[in-house]
Ligand binder design. Structure first.
Ligand code: NG1
Ligand code: MG
Length: 494
């Protein structure tokens, strides 16, 4: 058998191509009995709720990131795949109403009506709710369609099978799917790359996170059977030929991944530390344009370095070990000016300013930058090992890169948690070739690379140990074997 060659030949992905749309479900995301039953049930629920049948369905998948964490916002490539677990939107347009009525098949999410005006402010006084992700996607769609498009009333039923708060990006499945549903309801379409970029901007804005674009990119551009290397600025994707002898298990540590907690503001804090590290290295290395350098890939290029791994030397040479205070950073020996001025040219200035203004904040620069440089290099090494001939050593090499990624996330980026570390340990003890946290961290999921055919054994080991006191219902949602699935698509009812 030559599965490697078969996988490699299925690699063509056209990021400038339109999002797939068809009246043939099997062409889009499969027409298994289970899928057909799900859409039938959604049609029945939709009709009961809105008194009419849906006109089309949109699928938007969750994702798992195999390697490359917290580097997308530094414009370095990442390596995720789209999951079978998805959010499906059943949609009908209704010119007699205005606004968007959104309903959810889960009782946990209350019905809501969103304003027809795409520029209406998000009413998140009581916190960000599920419908605000729809609103973000809706706004993104109008941003692309332009003012000439009059909003049509929309009725939407959402059925989510992406575990929420779990590091497999239910949020981006919501924003990409909502954007796509809104475009389709207004007779528009976009390229996959445009869809990803529109949803990313809107989601980041709505939620106040200084996010990179990984999640929306793989959601919009995933291809069945393929892990993908996602490159940013410009946004492109390329299939990665993972050895056919391995497969992946995703497992949730059952603590939700909180990216914005208290004054610490974990995610935005890391992004801001990265900005400060980038600018401080650039300034100390004598780059006149240091203030306009906003990510570590731009820094790498300005320093004429050949690859991200080469940045490690600049990191050690220019940044001290341990935390910096604001006063230290503003001292003449470092920036010699206020941090607000240092950050003036960054795209999300308001959010970055909020981070540096937090009472008593200190900033780890060397550790964070070291993670970014080494992690970006690990992605390239992983992709290169997959591209070469697969030997007995290839899987061991890929596993080691995943393990190093986890250690770097835990020790240098400090985005792991006790539960995530424990779950990684259980997976490794059960024979996983590599295991690491996936997504932002601080909770959520791990991804383990296991010998194909051994998925059930690794899952059984997790059940016996990590999930020992959990019900079958909790377990069945918490961990699953996963293979790369297709990206977002529109299924039009005949
Ligand atoms: P999660 O928290 O898993 O959705 C987040 C970011 C990504 C990326 C990862 C870390 C959002 C929407 N996504 O993913 O862009 O930075 O963390 O690699 O914030
Ligand atoms: Mg998310």
């Amino acid at each position: 058998a030559a599965p490697a060659a078969a996988a490699a030949s299925a690699a063509a992905v056209d990021e400038s191509g339109s999002v797939p749309e068809s009246t043939d479900l099997s062409e889009l995301w499969g027409d298994s009995d289970e899928e057909v039953k799900r859409l039938d049930a959604m049609t029945a629920a939709f009709t009961a709720r809105f008194g009419a049948e849906p006109e089309f369905f949109v699928r938007a998948p969750g994702r798992v990131n195999v390697i490359g964490e917290h580097i997308d916002y530094h414009n370095f490539s990442v390596l995720p795949f789209a999951l079978r677990q998805d959010i499906v939107f059943a949609v009908a347009t209704d010119v007699s109403t205005s606004g968007v009525e959104v309903s959810n098949t889960s009782d946990a999410f209350a019905d809501a009506t969103l304003p027809a005006d795409p520029n209406a402010a998000v009413d998140s006084a009581d916190g960000v709710k599920w419908q605000h992700y729809f609103q973000a996607g809706y706004k993104a769609a109008f941003g692309k369609m332009g003012d000439a498009t009059a909003p049509r009333g929309m009725r939407v039923l959402v059925d989510g099978r992406v575990p929420p708060g779990g590091g497999v990006s239910s949020s981006s499945a919501m924003s990409v799917g909502s954007c796509l549903a809104t475009l389709k309801a207004h007779g528009h379409t976009l390229s996959r790359a445009q869809l990803a970029e529109a949803a990313q901007k809107a989601e980041a804005e709505a939620v106040g996170t200084m996010s990179g674009g990984m999640d929306q990119a793989i959601c919009a551009m995933g291809v069945a059977g393929q892990a993908m290397r996602v490159n940013f600025s410009p946004l492109t994707v390329a299939a990665v030929n993972i050895p056919s002898s391995v497969s992946f298990v995703v497992a949730n540590c059952l603590e939700s991944s909180e990216k914005a907690v208290g004054p610490e503001q974990r995610y935005n804090k890391r992004v801001t530390e990265g900005l400060l590290a980038t600018k401080l290295i650039a300034k100390k290395a004598g780059l006149d344009q240091w203030k306009s350098i906003n990510d570590m890939r731009a820094l790498m290029r300005a320093l004429a370095l050949a690859g991200p791994g080469d940045l490690a030397g600049s990191v050690e040479a220019n940044l001290k070990e341990g935390p910096y205070t604001v006063a230290e950073l503003e001292d003449a020996a470092e920036f010699g000016e206020p941090l607000a001025a240092v950050l003036a040219e960054c795209a999300q200035l308001k959010l970055a300013k909020a981070v540096v203004a937090a009472e008593g904040a200190t900033f780890e620069l060397r550790k964070r930058a070291r993670h970014v440089a080494t992690e970006a290099q690990r992605v390239l090494d992983f992709a290169a090992a997959c591209a070469g001939e697969h030997t007995a050593d290839t899987v061991a090499e890929l596993g080691a890169l995943m393990d190093e990624s986890h250690s770097s996330c835990r020790d240098d980026y400090e985005c792991s948690s006790d539960a995530l570390d424990r779950l990684v340990g259980v997976a490794k003890a059960a024979g996983a070739k590599g295991a690491r946290l996936t997504g932002a961290g601080w909770g959520g999921c791990i991804v383990a690379m296991v010998d194909a055919g051994k998925e059930a054994d690794v899952i059984a080991a997790m059940d016996a140990d990590f999930y020992a006191d959990k019900s079958e219902e909790v377990r069945s949602q918490a961990r699953f074997a996963s293979a790369p699935a297709s990206g977002a698509a529109v299924y039009v009812v005949d």
